[in-house]
Design a protein around this ligand. Sequence first.
Ligand SMILES: Nc1ncnc2c1ncn2[C@@H]1O[C@H](COP(=O)(O)OP(=O)(O)OP(=O)(O)O)[C@@H](O)[C@H]1O
Length: 315
Amino acid sequence: MLSVEIDSFSYTDKTILKDIYFTLKPGEHLSVIGESGCGKSTLLHLIYGLLHLDNGSIYYNDEKLLGPTKTLIPGEPFMKLVAQEFNIMPFTTVSENLGSHLTGLNEKKDAERIDELLEVVEMEPFKGTLVKNLSGGQKQRVALAKALANKPEILLLDEPFSNIDTFRKNKLQRKIFGYLKRNNISCITATHDSEEALAFSTEILMLNKGQVEMTGTPEFIYNNVETAYQAGFFGEANLLPKHLFNESASSEKTVVFPHQLRVSSQPTNFQIRVEKSYFKGDHYLIEGVWNNQIVYFKHNSSIAFGAVVNLSYHL
Ligand SMILES: Nc1ncnc2c1ncn2[C@@H]1O[C@H](COP(=O)(O)OP(=O)(O)OP(=O)(O)O)[C@@H](O)[C@H]1O
């Protein structure tokens, strides 16, 4: 089990991370989300041992990890990090890149393992291609395969699918996260992709300016968003006064997702003027204005500019 206890961390005089405490059991998958610059990569680099942690400790199975000042080569043998700038050798082939991480003692076994890894990241056709001739997304997939080569116990992934097209991304995510689960490999991903965090992780840690904003299962996080910052990860959420939806006279605001608002055939006290309709494939996202505030809701067809519609709230 990995235990992370970060009291505080700073590069210079500004505190970057503060009071981050969590544990990760074998096979668990933690997604770290938060706006750009909130400290996600820094957290992964501290855990991996690239940065020295002055105030706090990181343990793996009760053993304290020493960090870069006490180890010759930063990093731990049981842990692999796929950083945003991936560490792959440009002038060797994809196959040689993966092979460089295997034992070299049994040629046949190594060749089988390379084929297995290439299958996981769907790179079989590029086995003999020089890495320098690959696209950004293909390089990212080689970096992922390379990190898996030696069957790590913990995998740290910094924006693992950021260069991969949507067409391939979903399938690749299912394959890679499925592989990790089957092999009981724990995983921490830093990601901006809320769909990935909701669909694949066992736990989400949301950071805000280096501190824990929210933590819990994907279901808990999604169902308990209260602020615009928290809701901002899950699409075009609205922050609206509660009195629009219930009897209370409260001016207190609540988060309302676009799918929770519907056009009502009856008059309501929530009328908006439509500005734009965005086609989203299986629905339209309608942008309207209420009380000088932009409001988003889902609808099954586009709505003409300037139309005034009544909205009602559905849980
Ligand atoms: N080597 C460094 N020296 C000083 N400050 C740094 C260094 N690396 C990062 N920072 C600062 O630490 C803060 C956190 O950076 P970090 O890269 O961890 O954020 P992030 O959440 O991963 O961002 P992104 O989502 O954009 O990748 C930022 O304010 C950044 O400017």
